[in-house]
Write a protein that binds this ligand. Structure first.
Ligand code: ZN
Length: 240
């Protein structure tokens, strides 16, 4: 077979194998990526929860401050009540006192309500933290497994890249450029086998003349319809 054609077929074969490893690699990584996404979403929930807790605590302390102020006011009212002279003034102060007491009661009720919510939120936070820890442990375990599997893929890739680089080094640069040019639009199918006398790149029938040229393999033959480099798989050749 033509040496240039042989090299083109081999280069394409190496690149196809490299491309075939991509989904394999993605499949290996998939469980790890899934767990990492899970962790991220749990952490987002935790962050949101922390924000809610902070907000409720702020509301609680506002109410506590209000109670302090109202208690000061009650003291003030008491002092004034001791000094008043008329019944009318005393009554007015009494109304003010009742109002302050009611407000204190309301604030205390609010605080009790906030405490209850806080308790729930803190419980929820603990659960989330537990879940995050569990996911982290799973990530660690999965990573060991994934790394081990990836190691073998990496080795295969390294070997393929090495072979590819060596091949490109010894290839005729014009032939390599010719291949790269076809690859720009045809991608990995730049070199494609003929099956049932049709180009597997564009599925068009190949006429007898070109077909026999491809079978001879004495020169590089392009598909007349699409321009991909054609070849015959050895097993198809034997059937002839
Ligand atoms: Zn074609």
């Amino acid at each position: 077979m033509n040496k240039f054609l042989e090299e083109l077929i081999e280069l394409n074969r190496l690149e196809r194998r490299l491309q075939e490893l991509e989904p394999v690699e993605a499949n290996i990584k998939a469980p790890l990526i899934k767990l990492e996404n899970q962790k991220k979403s749990l952490e987002n929930r935790l962050e949101k929860l922390d924000g809610e807790i902070k907000n409720i605590k702020l509301k609680r302390s506002k109410n506590e401050l209000l109670i302090t102020e109202l208690k000061d006011k009650l003291k003030d009212i008491e002092e004034k009540q001791n000094k008043v002279k008329s019944e009318k003034e005393f009554k007015a102060l009494q109304i003010e006192e009742e109002l302050a007491k009611e407000q204190i009661e309301g604030a205390n009720e609010d605080i009790a309500r906030f405490e209850k919510i806080l308790e729930q939120k803190e419980e929820e936070k603990k659960e989330l933290q537990k879940e995050i820890e569990k996911t982290e442990a799973e990530i660690t375990l999965t990573k060991v497994d994934v790394d081990k599997k990836l190691e073998s893929i990496e080795k295969q890739k390294e070997e393929l890249y090495k072979k590819r680089d060596e091949l490109i080094q010894k290839m005729n640069p014009n032939i390599y450029r010719f291949y790269e040019k076809i690859k720009r639009w045809a991608g990995i199918t730049a070199v494609t086998p003929i099956k049932k006398q049709a180009c597997t790149g564009c599925n068009m029938k190949i006429n007898d003349k070109i077909y026999s040229e491809v079978i001879k393999g004495e020169e590089i033959v392009s598909c007349p319809h699409c321009g991909r480099v054609l070849f015959i798989e050895p097993e198809d050749l034997q059937e002839k």
